[in-house]
Design a protein around this ligand. Structure first.
Ligand code: ADP
Ligand code: F6P
Length: 325
């Protein structure tokens, strides 16, 4: 294999650049040329390729975002676009593709595999919501960014003895909410995976106050409901007029990637190149027990669903349900 390509797709995630760097330098280590595709599957269809260099990777490694740009291109589910993308790669003598993104992007990679073109995936999404793997690139940084913001909010919350509801990202998954909530000592964590009763949330907040807390914190995953709707119902049920709502939104997708995100991104970037050399295709990388693991796209996406860490969620429930002084 002499020439491969790499693209980033779906929502960006901190550490995608480190993964690209891993691909490029491992490719060079094996004597290959690595081409970058601009703007995900759209760029692939349009043949928007350029040879990637060590110097640009070195520069971007420490930055959030993706220097290859990302795009949502739903048209790629149509076969004509998939075949066009393969034609473009063949015209440029590109023999295989690495796709950095979420499970939607992996489905795009799988389509290429089904048409006989080798492609493998690297999990990049702050939501941590890919089946099989315990970790996705960007999740660690996103949690830490969220935690930084939450810590600032609780400074002012304490000064005014207020309750804050902080909405964090996670369209279908409560991972950011659960990790940031446990780390920040939240009174309640509300996630899409577990139903909740507002009366129970209000009781936990009251218990915290009874035990001496000078402010209260509720972490809400965006997939449950909007922070405004939550605050409205919470206020009506709890009669807590101090409550304020904050949405952290895209700030969680920014900032320099953490060491953990850079290290696993680099490991997976390099391993993805090795997988292609070994002749693997239709698979993606992940992390299990701190070790890299390879997952079959078809089997894993069909048979497994992503699981939030229930033990952490339960820990928060236990810690906020105090029985004795
Ligand atoms: P993520 O990869 O983070 O899950 P999306 O679901 O938005 O994000 O998918 C990213 C891109 O992957 C889409 O814009 C599209 O180009 C491609 N893609 C998603 N689903 C499919 C599909 N079923 N077939 C082919 N390509 C797909
Ligand atoms: O996929 C990550 C994510 O950050 C989700 O948590 C969020 O719902 C979504 O992307 C927002 O994406 P965008 O605003 O880019 O469409």
């Amino acid at each position: 294999m002499k020439r491969i390509a790499v693209l980033t797709s779906g929502g960006d995630a901190q550490g995608m650049n480190a993964a690209i760097r891993g691909v490029v330098e491992q490719g060079l280590h094996h004597g290959m040329e690595v081409y970058g595709v601009t703007g995900g599957f759209k760029g692939l269809v349009e043949g928007d390729f350029r040879l990637l260099t060590v110097s640009e990777c070195q520069d971007k490694l420490k930055r959030g975002g993706t220097f290859l740009y990302s795009a949502r291109f739903p048209e790629f589910s149509q076969e004509t676009y998939q075949l066009q993308a393969i034609e473009q790669m063949k015209d440029h003598e590109i023999e295989a593709l690495i796709v950095i993104g979420g499970d939607g992007s992996f489905t795009g990679a799988l389509k290429l595999t089904e048409h006989g073109f080798p492609a493998v995936g690297i999990p990049g999404t702050i939501d941590n919501d890919i089946p099989g793997t315990e970790y996705t690139i960007g999740f660690d940084t996103a949690v830490n960014v969220a935690l930084d913001e939450i810590d600032k909010i609780t400074d002012t919350a304490a000064s005014h003895n207020r309750t804050f509801v902080v909405e964090v990202m996670g369209r279908h998954a409560g991972d950011i909410a659960t990790w940031a909530g446990v780390a920040a000592g939240a009174d309640a964590i509300i996630i899409p995976e577990v139903p909740f009763k507002m009366e129970d949330v209000a009781k936990r907040v009251q218990t915290g106050r009874k035990f001496g807390k000078d402010h209260s914190l509720i972490i809400l995953a965006e997939g449950v409901m909007s922070v405004d709707s939550f605050v409205e119902v919470y206020r009506a049920i709890s009669h807590d007029t101090s409550v304020r709502g904050v949405t952290l939104a895209h700030v969680q997708r920014g900032g320099n990637p953490s060491a953990r995100d850079r290290v696993f991104a680099t490991l997976m970037g390099a391993r993805a190149v090795d997988l292609l050399i070994e002749g693997q295709s239709g698979v993606y990388l992940g992390v299990n027990g701190e070790q890299l693991k390879t997952y079959d796209i078809v089997e894993t996406l069909k048979e497994k669903s992503h699981q939030v860490r229930r033990d952490l969620y339960q820990l928060n429930l236990d810690l906020t349900n105090k029985k004795s002084q």
